[in-house]
Write a protein that binds this ligand. Structure first.
Ligand code: FEO
Ligand code: CA
Ligand code: CA
Ligand code: CA
Length: 572
């Protein structure tokens, strides 16, 4: 009974019902307000966006970008700074003067390039709520043309040299910034996910290099950068896409600092980067690669983190590992080294997926965010779904682009897995740097009102909390796991009763999961962080349908919202 009471105490809110409408619902006693919307100015000399007209090229790097995603809040002296990703753009809405968003000029391409990347902005709270602090010296946009450094084993490699950068150490831009992370030394980690979509060519005679296939790099792109900006034409710059797909470190406290691409953490379609310090002080970074049948990774630094000490090499020197989940509940981290892969170290850092295929890693159901429990030695990864798991094609099991078959396994146990699951692991010796772990499934999402078999979900899924496609995940400081979804919101068929995408809280100790928030139709919930005093929970609402958040007759805008309790107590 005591344990039950403690479990109830873990959920200081009355869960909300599934919803299918165009607004946000939070529990009784909570409220929400928009903090930052697509196109909102960061500087006072820039007008607010009129979504029917789009943004001018001059202002496009001075406003909050589109499609808010992973974020972190940093307290710097008396300032609160949010660093936040802008994953992608909708060309139609950003270029309303064009035919279906097809760029007509180099300026059109520049607008698309500027509306993606990262925003660093100072935020502050007054009696009306949270606002962007206009003209703050911390405010900064990082986009597809921002100068960056390449560091780690691939820096200077022939694989990343271009005509514009013959040394292979300086590049421009960060791409498809999805999830995020933070280091104990106060920097932001932004993660490049579907970078393949930005590089192409109009040269029909150009033969795409073999390594492109594993990452889905093809000749034709939606954004058509290659037609107006030759850096993105792979026939002219075949190494350019090999300079994207990394975890990028940004110092939010210095708007003039140069972001650093940390190649030691591998080149994959990075979801997020969850950082924890091992028992002996080494830095451990867990990372998902979000594609059907790709893998889960871990980086362990050689050096020790010393507060106030030199951190500049910690994410450059270390070992990258890939996860193997055995069906008996054990698991191990397989090192990716020249000895284990037969590849050179720069090749491992650039062709990381190929390296991982050589060591026998477990194909996963699209590894999205990893979250690390701050009050127990364990970590979680959202495996969002995998419609092709276990499927046969031409008498053979479906495989990832490297040919690794997606057979059913205990950690990915469901054929044509349309709901997803959350896997949890417990490092051996209570040490995140250990090479071995035990694992279990925290939950199998499902629909118990439609199915009675394995597709109903695990025992902690019920009619009142069901969802599909877990994606964003983060622990608050009390050890509650906040789960965000990016799934099917038709509310029909296999998804009947699940409503719109949502955010739920899960208790690691009991497995109990309750719904905290429902999002506007069409949107996914992605990215979250808390104010310095933990009285505000910031949450990202990406790609809503109209009329969110500006009301009837207005075009939709991707938005960060600020959630508080009416009595202003701590909620994180
Ligand atoms: Fe951008 Fe895998 O989410
Ligand atoms: Ca995601
Ligand atoms: Ca998404
Ligand atoms: Ca997703």
């Amino acid at each position: 009974a005591e344990a039950q009471e403690a479990a109830v105490g873990r959920f200081p809110f009355k869960p909300v019902a599934a919803a299918t409408d165009h607004t946000i619902h939070v529990p009784e006693g909570y409220n929400w307000k928009p903090l930052a919307k697509w196109g909102q100015p960061l500087f006072s000399n820039v007008p607010d966006l009129d979504p029917t007209k789009g943004v001018s090229v001059e202002n496009s790097d001075k406003v909050f970008g589109e499609n808010t995603d992973g974020m972190e809040l940093f307290v710097v002296g008396s300032h609160q700074l949010i660093a936040v990703n802008h994953e992608y753009v909708n060309p139609e809405t950003n270029l309303p003067h064009t035919d279906k968003g097809n760029p007509k000029t180099a300026d059109d391409v520049k607008i698309l390039q500027n509306m993606q990347g990262v925003t660093v902005m100072e935020v502050a709270e007054d009696e009306d709520g949270w606002k962007i602090v206009l003209d703050s010296p911390f405010n900064r946009r990082i986009h597809h043309n921002t100068p960056m450094k390449l560091s780690g084993p691939a820096a200077g490699s022939d694989l990343v040299k271009t005509a514009a950068d013959p040394d292979g150490v300086e590049c421009l831009g960060t791409f498809n910034n999805c999830g995020a992370g933070r280091t104990p030394w106060g920097t932001y980690l932004t993660c490049e996910e579907n970078f393949n979509g930005y590089f192409g060519t109009t040269d029909a005679a150009f033969k795409l290099p073999d390594d492109y296939k594993r990452y889905g790099i093809v000749a034709e792109t939606r954004y058509a950068y290659e037609k107006f900006d030759e850096r993105f034409d792979v026939a002219k710059n075949p190494n350019e896409p090999r300079r994207a797909g990394y975890v990028v470190e940004i110092d939010p406290s210095d708007a003039s600092s140069t972001p650093i691409k940390r190649t030691a953490l591998g080149r994959v379609k990075h979801e997020n980067a969850a950082v924890v310090i091992a028992r002996d002080g080494r830095v451990v970074v867990y990372m998902g690669d979000d594609e059907r049948g790709e893998f889960l990774y871990k980086f362990v630094s050689n050096g020790i983190y010393v507060p106030g000490g030199d951190t500049s090499k910690l994410l450059d020197e270390g070992t990258l590992y890939v996860a193997k989940f055995s069906d008996d509940g054990a698991g191990e981290w397989l090192a990716l080294t020249p000895e284990t892969t037969g590849m050179k170290i720069d090749e491992i850092c650039v062709f990381t997926r190929q390296a991982a295929s050589k060591v026998g890693a477990t194909t996963m159901d699209r590894p999205e965010w990893v979250a690390i429990n701050p009050v127990a030695i364990e970590a979680y990864c959202a495996l969002t779904n995998n419609s092709r798991r276990g499927e046969m094609k031409d008498g053979k099991l479906r495989a990832n682009a490297g040919g690794d078959a997606m057979a059913i396994n205990a950690a990915n146990p469901r054929e044509k897995n349309e709901y997803g699951q959350i896997v949890r692991w417990y490092p051996e010796n209570d040490d995140h740097a250990d090479g071995k772990f035990k694992w279990d499934l925290f939950c199998m999402a499902g629909n118990p009102t439609v199915h009675k078999d394995a597709y109903a979900g695990s025992s902690n899924i019920n009619e009142g909390n069901m969802f599909n496609s877990p994606d964003g995940m983060m622990f608050d400081s009390t050890g509650l796991l906040w789960i965000q979804t990016d799934g099917e919101d038709s509310n029909e068929g296999a998804f009947a009763g699940q409503g719109n995408n949502q955010m739920l809280a899960g208790d690691p100790a009991t497995g109990r999961i309750e719904r905290f928030l429902t999002a506007p139709k069409g949107s996914e919930v992605t990215g979250q962080t808390w104010s310095g005093d933990k009285r505000t929970h910031f949450v990202g609402i990406q790609h809503p349908d109209a009329p969110f958040p500006d009301g009837e007759g207005k075009l939709p805008r991707s938005t960060i919202i600020a959630i508080k309790r009416d009595d202003n107590v701590k909620i994180g």
